[in-house]
Design a protein around this ligand. Structure first.
Ligand SMILES: *Cc1c(COP(=O)(O)O)cnc(C)c1O
Length: 382
């Protein structure tokens, strides 16, 4: 017998071929062929001059999507939640008061971050499905003049609500606070104007309106935020996310020092995804998301399905729809997935079982997708 023998036989599993789905949940979203093809290119060293040059382009393109001239703008090698963590661990020291606006899941996650940094969270609370109320933020800052940081989520993916980031940031600055903004779902889908609004630290992720695969978190820090990082009395408790160390890797012009091994191929993907946004132009992308939202809303109206959020606070790329009476939430979503290859999002937290979230993020915001979703819903609900 010349079949190879081994005393350590490995488990034999088949090749994984993912089913072909249409992703219309709150992320991840469909990744364009161009981006997948970019990721399949040969891996090179992360300190190779060719790679370093591509990284510089990723930074330039990231500054464009964030609408900022902040030199410290780069993707963290981790998902969006780590982008969030990077902002808090660098800007919050033990004893700092941080006002956090909470109107959904991701605001609550910010509160957790503040606590773990040893900060004191002060919560401005609004109902799930409502925008952050600027008057409440103003009142809270009046009674907490010691506030160092104000944090809010521009687009609450858990509820499909868009808050008025410019107004909230303006109020924070009147009170001398730094601003941390979550723009994970907003970036690329609705205006995010970091410099015009004076946002000090912001983070996003690769798999929502940027239409790349998950695993990268573009962040941007203003020069004022970096001064605060340099002036810290205590070291940043996370070695990996300490901007003092990351800066040598990502922002060092010319010479780069080893910090960690960058995820080479995912960065090829982000590079291509950002190139696609730059080709289309941000304003065209924002307008496209709004058009697809209008189209979906009209079609849902014909099916008698209502949206949870008031028109003035609706996020075009994440549509939170009320599950029709008598409808089995999980059964409908399962049928959409198995019979129509269509994934839509379930409700989260307080909205679980009450809503679905229909996402049209980035490359997913296309008319054929809206029509496919509407016709699948029409047939399943009949
Ligand atoms: C998705 C999301 C996050 C977390 O991003 P991950 O990549 O899942 O870690 C944070 N904030 C908001 C508003 C999000 O939508």
């Amino acid at each position: 017998m010349d079949t190879p023998t081994s005393s350590l036989p490995g488990p034999q599993v088949p090749v994984f071929n993912p089913p072909k789905r249409l992703l219309m949940g709150p992320g991840p979203t469909d990744v364009p062929e161009r981006v997948l093809a970019a990721m399949a290119r040969p891996t090179i060293g992360h300190l190779d001059p060719a790679f370093v040059e591509m990284m510089e382009q990723v930074k330039t393109l990231s500054r464009y999507v964030f609408q900022t001239s902040n030199p410290l703008t780069f993707p963290i090698s981790a998902p969006g939640s780590v982008g969030m963590e990077a902002c808090f661990v660098n800007l919050v020291e033990p004893g700092d008061t941080v006002v956090v606006c909470v109107n959904g899941v991701f605001g609550l996650r910010m509160v957790e971050n503040v606590k773990r940094c040893g900060g004191t969270p002060v919560i401005v609370e609004d109902a799930w499905g409502e925008a952050v109320d600027p008057a409440k933020l103003r009142a809270t800052l009046k009674s907490h003049p010691e506030t160092k940081v104000v944090a809010f989520v521009q687009a609450e993916t858990s509820t499909g609500v868009l808050s008025d980031a410019q107004t909230l940031a303006g109020i924070a600055h009147e009170h001398g606070a730094l601003v941390i903004m979550d723009c994970v779902t907003s970036l690329g889908g609705v205006p995010v104007l970091i410099d015009a609004w004076g946002i000090d630290a912001a983070y996003s992720c690769s798999q929502k309106c940027l239409s790349c695969t998950p695993g990268l978190a573009p962040v941007t820090f203003s020069p004022r935020a970096i001064e605060h990082v340099y002036a810290r009395k205590t070291p940043v408790q996370s070695w990996f996310l300490d901007l003092n160390l990351v800066m040598g890797y990502w922002s060092g012009e010319g010479g780069r020092t080893y910090h960690h091994t960058a995820p080479i191929n995912p960065l090829y993907g982000l590079h291509e995804a950002l190139r696609m946004i730059a080709e289309e132009g941000l304003e065209s992308a924002w307008a496209r998301h709004q058009r697809m939202h209008d189209l979906l809303k009209a079609g849902l109206g014909e099916l008698g399905i209502e949206l949870l959020v008031k028109p003035e606070a609706r996020l075009p790329q994440v549509n939170t729809v009320l599950i029709p009476d008598g409808c089995n939430d999980a059964a409908v979503r399962k049928q959409l997935l198995t019979e129509y290859n269509l994934e839509i999002g379930a409700g989260l937290g307080a909205l679980a079982g009450k809503v679905w979230r229909i996402g049209m993020l980035g490359y997913g915001a296309r008319e054929e997708n809206v029509q496919h979703c509407l016709s699948a819903l029409r047939e399943v609900l009949r």
